[in-house]
Design a protein around this ligand. Sequence first.
Ligand SMILES: Cc1cc2nc3c(=O)[nH]c(=O)nc-3n(C[C@H](O)[C@H](O)[C@H](O)COP(=O)(O)OP(=O)(O)OC[C@H]3O[C@@H](n4cnc5c(N)ncnc54)[C@H](O)[C@@H]3O)c2cc1C
Length: 351
Amino acid sequence: MLVDAWGPGNGRASSGGETRVIRRGYGHRGHYVPLVTRALELWSELEVSANTPLLDRRGVLWMASQPGEFEQESMATFRAEGVRFEELSRGELEERYPSMSFEDIPWAMYEPDAGALFARRGCEVVWDAVREAGGQVLVSTARPALDSGGACRGVQLADGSTHLADITVFAAGPWMPELFPEALGSRLEVTRQDVFSFGPPPGAEEHLRLPVWAEHATELFGDGSFWYGIPDGLSRGFKLGEDTSGGPWDPTHGERLVDPERLERARAYLSHRFPALADAPLTDARVCQYTMRRDSELLVDRHPGLPRLWLLGGGSGHGYKLGPAIGEVAARAIHHDEALPGPLRGLQLRG
Ligand SMILES: Cc1cc2nc3c(=O)[nH]c(=O)nc-3n(C[C@H](O)[C@H](O)[C@H](O)COP(=O)(O)OP(=O)(O)OC[C@H]3O[C@@H](n4cnc5c(N)ncnc54)[C@H](O)[C@@H]3O)c2cc1C
């Protein structure tokens, strides 16, 4: 049985955006790389079985500042794991992507097998797959139903009905801290994130064919902020996001109007890196949220105080792509009632 308060990929959910990046560049967090490799396989299988495109392998370009620690560490992992990549000089970048300005970019790392996922669509496909496999899907708010001994025996829905289960899994994204305040309230922080899409002017459509891109530690604003973009998110425009937190956020009641100051920063970044888009109009804007763990690890563990209840989440701004691989790891741990494999122990609450 699968329950969601507002339906798959709804407008409040972190997975409710049109697109999310899938990449194996992970800097010193190399333990996520085999998970992304597995996730790529599973996303590909899902798009075949659902007969729906879910993955756009247009590549990911990482623009490096000096010394490019993140890229250097990623490339060391790529060599060890046999992941394809290219190292591009400024000259090569200018030749390959003439619509971009690289004057302050000494070099870049390119991942050809990475790209973007169609996020909201992926949620709908999973929802339908559960139903087609004979599972029950329900739009309702759920909370754990406890027996007299304090063990979780399933879920209680908004209409008061109780649905029994041997094992219950809560994967409620940014709602996890309020659902489980004692276990997670101090461990997860929900932050506001504004995202913008711009419409290239006629004649500048080549921008929509660029790879997904990211830039750590830009010097443009003097604050080392991290920017990323997905050039053509299902025809919504040229999407641009800043990784910096927009402060604490209430995912249920927050009014999703974008911050004009953030929009101004986004425009400044856009015109610096993509000069022909300096006056491109805004075509889409969204307020979403990250569910941050202090160490940016995801979360997969038993509830520390409630037997037969598992907690999944803590996406920390990078969790979407990993969904199917994390689901597989979690399912194995749950079915065999065992700890996560060694390299993934940091995803447990006790680490
Ligand atoms: C702007 C932005 C950019 C991002 N970029 C990337 C990226 O490029 N790559 C990447 O991999 N990740 C990215 N992420 C992170 C990624 O989107 C999240 O980690 C991921 O979507 C989290 O999925 P989730 O299922 O944990 O949470 P959600 O997608 O929020 O799903 C939680 C669901 O739980 C439901 N729910 C809540 N409470 C209850 C309840 N009581 N009962 C029943 N249902 C309930 C909600 O309706 C919701 O559908 C980004 C996030 C944001 C905001």
